[in-house]
Ligand binder design. Sequence first.
Ligand SMILES: [Zn+2]
Ligand SMILES: [Zn+2]
Length: 435
Amino acid sequence: MSENYNRIPRGTHDILPEDEKYWSFVDAVAKKHSLTMGLEQITTPVIDFKNLFVRSVGQSDLARKEIYSVQKSGTEYENDDKDELVLRPEATAQVARAYLQHGMHTWPQPVRLFYLRQPNFRYERPQSGRFRQHFQFGVEMFGSVDPLTDAQLILLLWEIFQDLKLSEKIVFDINTIGCKKCRPDIRKQIVKYYKSREDELCDDCKDRLKKNPLRILDCKNEKCREIGADAPQIIDNVCDECQTHFRQLLEILDELSIPYNLNPLLVRGLDYYTRTVFEVREEADEKRQSSLAGGGRYDDLIEELGGQPTPACGFGFGYERIVEKLKENEITPPELDKPEILIVQLGDKAKIKCLPLVAKLNNLGYRTTTIPGKESIRAQLKLADRLNVEVALIIGQREAFDNTIIFRKMKEGVQETIDIERLERFLARYYKNKE
Ligand SMILES: [Zn+2]
Ligand SMILES: [Zn+2]
């Protein structure tokens, strides 16, 4: 019996070289703007304790059914820890844990962190078309209740979308969902309203009514949305502090001219959110079927995890959707750090000379490479075309013997033979004249 290795687990994907340029583009833009804003990078492990996530995300679908647990094979390490390990379903809880663990409350506040291309794992229903492993960029800021912090998050996201050339297509949906003081009452009112129309709700929402009633507000089901239109609005019922906080945030956003839309039905999926919640969606996606990024405030999470009361907020986005949008909009990411010079070699003597030359030119600052395993010059020049290098330096059998080298401009196809002793000066002059 033969096994089929030509397959990949459902809901996962490879990132192939032709796609990597999009991913690197997102990395570079996200990192640049985060660093410019003074944020610092953090990386957390792919595995962590299940109770950390369950404690943070509460009664959401995520905590109840989408977490991958990690099986520890072998018995040797069984007593390492009694806590169940899982694959990270989302990073906020982990970064909050790191904040506590490393005493970041003693650092100057706010502590502003970001993480780049971190894989998250969720056991999604296969038919939903979502990924079981997906990659996220995210930002978390701890220790500031100031609405300026919320605004800074939104500005950062806006700058990233601008630099990715996607900002013209997007709009921020924004809402406030109250704090631990005013939310219990809001929740009561919402439960009361939906109880009166329980029969009309979709099955998921019937379930949410018991466990997570606020989430009914942003159910995508047509009928549920219709019912939601008459539901009590959160914003009318939040406390004075929450009102003021939200109003100040909107004033700053108005000054920034960032396009936003007040969406009283927006609540976000996870239990830890308080006050500000926001999502980025495409302007064309009026039905709000899917978002490109999302975030909000989570002022109680650190306390929930055993720390001092510490206000916090953050956002995240998935690479897969962003890359899809870049392609859809035919945005070409810049090519970075590709070789500009290819050393082409033929024969045993050239083989010995070519790598030292690669090393020498790289040290001089020319991005240089060579391609092993090809016996003909033509085959190597073909790969030079594919790599889009500008210059090929050819050492054939004769050149190796004569201590010369052929300098070839790839695009023009013109070439000349030069003395290897002169190469350094020749290249310097060539690249200088180009400027
Ligand atoms: Zn409040
Ligand atoms: Zn529903």
